[in-house]
Design a protein around this ligand. Sequence first.
Ligand code: DC
Length: 233
Amino acid sequence: MTSIIIAIDGYSSTGKGTFAVEIARRLGILYLDSGALYRTVTLYALKNGHIEWNGEIHDRRLQEDILLGRVEISVMPRRDGTMRVFLSDEDVSARIRELEVARNVSAIATLPFVRNFVDEQLHRLGAKGCVMDGRDIGTAVFPNADLKIFMTADAEIRAQRRVKQMEEAGQHPRFEDILKNVQERDYIDSHRAMNPLRKADDAIVLDNSHMTVEEQMVWLDGILRERFNISLL
Ligand code: DC
């Protein structure tokens, strides 16, 4: 069953990407990172001068470019299940992780015409089957997904995970600052006017505060066997 659509939503730093990529790799289906598409639109806006140094967005100009088809996004899966993303012909997979994009993406992701555009792209790319992660996949993008999972974990544990990742990258953040940032992002994501983060009524909650990736796979395997008669172990 390769046409299955699995929607994974949840708070930031809950390990949605890691979980989704592992599923994609094991089931041999396409992984689509919806956040990466918001980041790519943000990079386009930065490259084309639609975002001022103070964060002000020229939304009319961005909207016009989107309407005229100038924002060309495509993706390509890697063998390990992760996703490469292209803006026109440029591989922007690394650039969209840079700080300047991270700083502006939340504001770009609140613009309704951007959300509509990204939704269209996600439908175009994922309609034939995928595992997709984000904030509104099970509620807005694919409300009829075959399986919906809502991921959560204690804020302190998520902050600890982020600190560890940053330390591995040679940074030395303060735990209190990271915890505050995690809590702020939770608030912004769940209070946005259009398609805020919330659990779909038919989503299954996965609290992975005290679970390894392998334990999460075993948990999901039970559900996939029961519902679809497929296994990822
Ligand atoms: O998951 P991420 O950090 O790459 O997401 C980047 C931004 O995009 C973040 O501000 C949340 C937003 N986003 C969203 O609004 N809806 C989605 N489906 C995915 C991401």
